[in-house]
Design a protein. Structure first.
Ligand code: HEM
Length: 391
């Protein structure tokens, strides 16, 4: 007989925001699908269950008529399945493939990182969220999207406003207003750039969508997806990788002696603190997930952050260990919606930004470990990281 979904009702939303990993562990040990009242979601937290779900998109659909994401940014590729999704995905992929990243984006990303670092290099101290990671991630994204003339704080504001609007289940009017304003800002930037990309086909995402014959509505929506989903994560993973290495100087020393290890270090950082902790799927029929019955129409939260700490797969999962046994993780998701920005993020964070930080900020160290703040559960990363170095 199938088991019913268990319920956890003594965890607060603040517990999740402060540190979801103890909650994830408890939920993972309790059952394959557990309703967590504070988040109002049924969590799937085990690695193998999420992999199995992602192999069956007909049962576990990305389409959701109630999705606030669609309301806020318009019908977009993240909430589509099958051929509808594949067409829109094929329209953006040409600007994000590994070869294109190498040929077209590596050099501008290198120049952005060099510029951002040169502004702080002489100071001997900085707060790395605001002074380093946010400007690098936002400016790199502008180049890749093909948007000029928008400064990085505006990109950060748009990204956060769209994310907040997509999670605004309490219908807070101020959050809704800001999300609308951000959506209008993105649309007017797109309108301003379209003639240039029409006349000068290039590798940017905007140009790629035009070349694929996407409608203006599709372009608006998927550029908003990329702004909402392509800024925080590289920003947060830059900071997470730096944090992991500053807390583990022996690992840093080995990587600096053998730079081919930077890629491995990045994968460990996003496993350790996954920038996206959870994303949803909706059931198209009644189904058992490892013996627990979930009904048609229900939504489950695939907690990839939890799966990346599943001790059935990763030993000592709470530990940052670049040299752990090599195994794939779920930080970029899996299946047809696997992150489109994976290769650009790998290049930006592990080949360019973080190696340059350790190269140019000599003897980099945390100003005081207790000043570091890490927060969030659906999106998680360091939010405050003061450091010092020998200027
Ligand atoms: C460390 C960096 C990143 C992480 C950890 C990350 C994580 C993810 C995850 C987990 C998903 C799957 C969501 C789902 O299935 O519902 C996703 C999808 C996506 N990501 Fe990323 N992301 C990162 C960077 C980026 C960047 C830089 C871009 C854009 C330049 C980007 C664009 C996208 C897009 C467009 C999708 C939707 C793909 C689809 O639905 O087919 N991501 N990302």
């Amino acid at each position: 007989m199938a088991e019913a979904v268990k319920v956890v009702d003594d965890v607060t939303f603040e517990d999740l925001l402060a540190n979801p990993y103890p909650v994830f562990k408890r939920v993972r040990d309790l059952g394959p699908v557990v309703k967590v009242e504070a988040a109002n979601i049924m969590m799937v937290t085990r690695f193998d269950d999420i992999m199995a779900i992602e192999r069956d998109p007909e049962t576990f659909s990305s389409v959701n008529p109630q999705s606030l994401l669609n309301t806020v940014i318009g019908p977009n590729l993240m909430r589509k399945d099958g051929a509808d999704h594949a067409r829109e995905r094929a329209a953006i992929d040409p600007s994000l493939r590994p070869g294109v990243v190498k040929r077209c984006w590596a050099e501008p990303m290198q120049a952005i990182c060099a510029d951002v670092i040169s502004r702080i290099e002489h100071k001997g101290e900085a707060e790395l969220f605001e002074d380093l990671a946010a400007p690098i991630a936002a400016r790199a994204l502008c180049d890749i999207l093909g948007i000029d003339g928008v400064d990085w704080p505006t990109m950060v504001l748009w990204s956060q406003s769209l994310i907040d609007g997509s999670g605004n289940y309490s219908h807070n009017p101020e959050i809704a207003r800001k999300a609308k304003e951000a959506a209008r800002g993105v649309e007017s930037a797109v309108n301003r750039m379209l003639p240039h990309h029409r006349d000068n086909p290039n590798a940017s995402m905007l140009s790629s969508m035009l070349q694929a014959g996407q409608t203006t509505e599709q372009i608006y929506a998927n550029i908003k997806v990329a702004i909402g989903g392509g800024l925080n994560e590289p920003r947060d993973s830059i900071l997470t990788l730096i944090l992991g290495l500053l807390q583990n100087p022996d690992q840093l020393a080995r990587i600096r002696a053998e730079p081919s290890l930077w890629g491995q270090a990045f994968e460990e950082a996003v496993r350790w603190i996954s920038p996206i902790g959870m994303y949803p799927r909706r059931l198209t029929r009644d189904v058992e997930i490892s013996g627990t019955l979930v009904r048609e129409g229900e939504q489950v939260g695939l907690c990839v952050g939890a799966a990346n700490h599943d001790d059935r797969r990763f030993s000592d999962p709470e530990k940052f260990d670049v040299f752990r046994e090599k195994k794939s993780h779920l930080a970029f998701g899996a299946g047809s919606h696997f992150c489109a920005g994976t290769w650009v993020s790998r290049a930006l964070v592990s080949q360019i930004a973080v190696p340059m930080v350790f190269e140019r900020l000599r003897n980099l160290r945390l100003k005081a470990p207790e000043l570091v703040r890490v927060r969030g559960w659906v999106f998680r990363g360091p939010t405050h990281m003061p450091v010092v170095w020998d200027a």
